[in-house]
Design a protein around this ligand. Structure first.
Ligand SMILES: NC(=O)c1ccc[n+]([C@@H]2O[C@H](COP(=O)([O-])OP(=O)(O)OC[C@H]3O[C@@H](n4cnc5c(N)ncnc54)[C@H](O)[C@@H]3O)[C@@H](O)[C@H]2O)c1
Length: 310
C-alpha cells in the first residue's frame, strides 16, 4: 500500500514510518520541520517539505495518490495551545480539514487520525477512562483533538471516508525531545546523564507528582500497523492501563543509571492534569493490540538512545 504520513520528521511518526517501510509499504512523508528534524526522516520514504495547511498539499495528493493517510503532524504543546489558541486551531483543525478535503478529492481509502487520550478526557471521574467517557477537555490542544475526531465522523458520514482514531496516552521513547507533551522521560534521562539535577513538578497535595499512563513508542507503532486493516470508524485508547507517578518514573530511571539523586521540586505547570489512566480493553478486543513493553524495558531503550547520541 502507499501510505502518506504527516509529521514523520517528528518523534512518534518517524518510528511509524520506519515500521511501515519495514512491512513493505511505500511511504510518503509531509512535514514542515516545525518541531521535527531531517535526521528522523527515513531515507527510503519520499519527502515533501510542506505545511499541512498549505493549499499545495493537493498537488502532493494528485501526484502520489495515497491509499492511506496516517495523520500525526500537529501542534503538540498544551501550554502553547492555551497561550496561542489560534495557532493551535490553524494547525490542528484547519490543517486537518485541508488533509480531509484532499482525501475525499483523491479517494483515499482510510485515514488514521492521532488523538490524545492523555489530554482529551480532562480530569476524568472514571478511572481507568474508557472511550465511552464523555470528554471534558481542559486545554485548547485537547479541545481541538476532540474536534478533529468530530471532523472525521463528519467526513465519514458525508463522503464515506473511512477512519480509525488512535487516542495515545503519554508516549515516550527514543527520538522524543525534552519539550513534548510527555517529554518527562527524555528530560530526566538527558539531565541525569549530563550530571544535572532534574526538577519534579508536583501539586502541593501530591508530592510524588502527577499520575500518568506511559506507553512505549514501539507499542504505539504496532497499533498503527493494526489500524491499517482494522478498527474502521472507531476510536481506541492506546496506553497501558498502568498508573505511574512522576516520582516512581524518576526512581526507575535513577535505578537504571545507578544514581541516587534527590530531584529539585517545583509546582505543577498550569494545566497539568492530576491523573490520567486509560482503559485499553477496546483496542485489545477489536484491534488485537496490547502493549508489549514494560516501563523498565522502555526506559532502558531511552537511556541507550541518549547514551549513543551524546
Ligand atoms: N507525545 C505524546 O505523548 C503524544 C500523546 C498523545 C498524542 N500525541 C500526538 O501524536 C502526534 C505526534 O506527536 P509527537 O510527540 O511525535 O510530536 P513531534 O513534535 O515530535 O511531531 C510532530 C511533527 O509534526 C510536524 N508538524 C507540525 N506542524 C506541522 C505543519 N503545520 N505542517 C507539517 N508538519 C507539521 C512537526 O515538524 C513534527 O515533525 C501528534 O498528533 C500529537 O498530538 C502525542
Amino acid at each position: 500500500m502507499k501510505i502518506l504520513i504527516t509529521g514523520a520528521a517528528g518523534f512518534i511518526a518517524s518510528h511509524v514510518a520506519d515500521a511501515f517501510i519495514k512491512a513493505g509499504h511505500e511511504v510518503v512523508i509531509v512535514d514542515n520541520f516545525r518541531t521535527g528534524y531531517p535526521h528522523n526522516l527515513n531515507p527510503q520514504a519520499k519527502f515533501y517539505e510542506l505545511d499541512i495547511c498549505d493549499p499545495r498539499l493537493e498537488d502532493v495528493f494528485a501526484i502520489e495518490q495515497p491509499d492511506i493517510v496516517d495523520h500525526h503532524a500537529a501542534q503538540i504543546s498544551v501550554p502553547l495551545s492555551v497561550e496561542d489558541p489560534l495557532t493551535d486551531a490553524e494547525i490542528n483543525v484547519k490543517g486537518l480539514i485541508n488533509i480531509l478535503q484532499c482525501c475525499v478529492q483523491h479517494k483515499v481509502k482510510k485515514v488514521i487520525y492521532i488523538s490524545s487520550g492523555g489530554a482529551m478526557y480532562g480530569e476524568a471521574t472514571e478511572y481507568p477512562t474508557s472511550e465511552t467517557y464523555s470528554p471534558k477537555p481542559l486545554s485548547v490542544y485537547a479541545i481541538n483533538k476532540m474536534v478533529g475526531e468530530d471532523y472525521l465522523y463528519f467526513y465519514h458520514h458525508t463522503y464515506g471516508l473511512d477512519y480509525t482514531v488512535l487516542r495515545y496516552a503519554n508516549v515516550y521513547g527514543p527520538r522524543q525531545v525534552s519539550h513534548g507533551e510527555a517529554g518527562v522521560v527524555s528530560i530526566f534521562v538527558e539531565k541525569l546523564l549530563a550530571g544535572e539535577t532534574p526538577t519534579l513538578n508536583a501539586y502541593p497535595d501530591e508530592p510524588d507528582g502527577m499520575i500518568r499512563d506511559y506507553v512505549f513508542v514501539k507499542d504505539v507503532v504496532s497499533a498503527n500497523l493494526l489500524a491499517l486493516q482494522k478498527g474502521s470508524t472507531e476510536a481506541f485508547n492506546i496506553g497501558t492501563c498502568i498508573e505511574t507517578s512522576t516520582r516512581t518514573l524518576y526512581l526507575e530511571i535513577c535505578k537504571q543509571l545507578h544514581l541516587q539523586i534527590e530531584p529539585k521540586h517545583a509546582d505543577a505547570r498550569k494545566g497539568d492534569l492530576h491523573r490520567s489512566l486509560l482503559r485499553i480493553d477496546k483496542a485489545r478486543g477489536i484491534l488485537g493490540w496490547k502493549p508489549q513493553y514494560s516501563l523498565s524495558e522502555g526506559i532502558s531503550e531511552v537511556i541507550e538512545y541518549f547514551k549513543h547520541r551524546s
